[in-house]
Write a protein that binds this ligand. Sequence first.
Ligand code: ZN
Length: 263
Amino acid sequence: MCHIVRPGSSGGSSGVKRAIISDIHSNLESLETVLDDIATQNVDEIYCLGDIVGYGPNPRECIDRAMRCRVCLLGNHDQGAMFDPEGFNSGAERAIFWTRAQLENSGNGADQHRRWDFLGELPRNHQDGDMLFVHGSARNPLNEYVFPEDIYNHRKLKKIFSLIRRYAFQGHTHVPGVFTESFNFLSPDEFDYEYRLGGEKVMINVGSVGQPRDGDPRSCYCILEDGLVRFRRVEYAVDRTIEKIYAVPDLDNFLGDRLRDGR
Ligand code: ZN
């Protein structure tokens, strides 16, 4: 596990400046642009909440870069690439099989093993003091979606909040924002992209690096420092990613088109 939770762990959040990224989905242009942006932010460490692969054209390159994260979690697409994918629509499933072939059939044997071992050892959650990190939700770390409209499903939110000590950071829906225990959802533009953690329990969706779905095509990720969560949006060369997707028959053109609209 040494390449997942690196030595020198801060153990607790005080004084640590951390970038939290999620849902890269094999989009190398977005990931490199986000990593460049993170480099300007003087962070101590990067956490990745899963779905490194799936949908996009550069699974190998994205895995290689995700290996540098101090903590990296397993996402449902990462799991789908390793095992039999379940519950995916046909376009997503085809992309997963193509992804698996990329990981199996190219590069030298050592590279293949290194990437498989990395994916195979990814944990499903990570707890750091009162902060929980998951891909989906505290109840079902891999597969459960918590959408903005779930604020009307009090039963669901109450159950999930009961499993959270104070703060949960998650991804999976590709829709950034903050869920409060009082059944509100706040999108980042409602609090000017800066959210101060307080006494109330919250779930924070950090958004998606490689396939935003909130109508804003720019990559999204968060910086966490001293209880302040800053949401950052960065523009990347989306047309280049779309061209690459178009060039791969097993990747549905729709997977490219949606990047332009952020849907
Ligand atoms: Zn995802």
